[in-house]
Design a protein around this ligand. Sequence first.
Ligand code: ITT
Length: 188
Amino acid sequence: RRVVVATSNAGKVRELQEALAPLGWQCEGLGSVTLPEETGSTYEENAALKACAAAMATGLPALADDSGIEVLALGGQPGVYSARFGNVGSDVERNVLLLEKMRHKTDRRAKFVSVLVLAYPDGKLEEYRGEVTGQLLEGPRGEGGFGYDPLFLPDGSALSMGEMTLEQKQAISHRGRALAALLAAHGA
Ligand code: ITT
């Protein structure tokens, strides 16, 4: 079966494609499809907006991910707004800003959340959620992953998410967990 991977984030494309391999689905990119503005106030709403738009535009099932990092000492921010945090242009700038906001904060607990929505052209939706808790580091560690990965030390891990291989990250990450639920639901 063909499935559209409905994300413009290259880091997510890598992780989604790698995890879906056991299902034998043929993963396709967005092509000329543009994703709608994320007007929802929850990961669930935004993932559904993206997946439905891609499914309607292509006539194929489409898988979208909406995700973010929630920092306890910042009241759960940036959360759903993680991609737009500070209105700055790059992952590195967002990381600098987050470190700045966390300066002198001793409670550094945070969690990543991923919500996957698989939308079918007939309007049917499947939803999967995954989370991983951890601590924000005082500075970046590692060159791997994407986004906030170099700043995040998962609970029980000696490696930051930026220091992990793709396989190591998938085994413990929010997205890896949501994907595991999707795979289980589809018999893989
Ligand atoms: P699409 O909407 O096209 O999928 P996006 O990057 O805009 O791409 P989101 O709106 O879901 O996606 O924003 C999530 C942001 O949260 C993302 O840009 C990263 O900054 C951060 N994030 C999500 N998952 C992450 C992960 O596994 N590692 C590091 N940062 C992550």
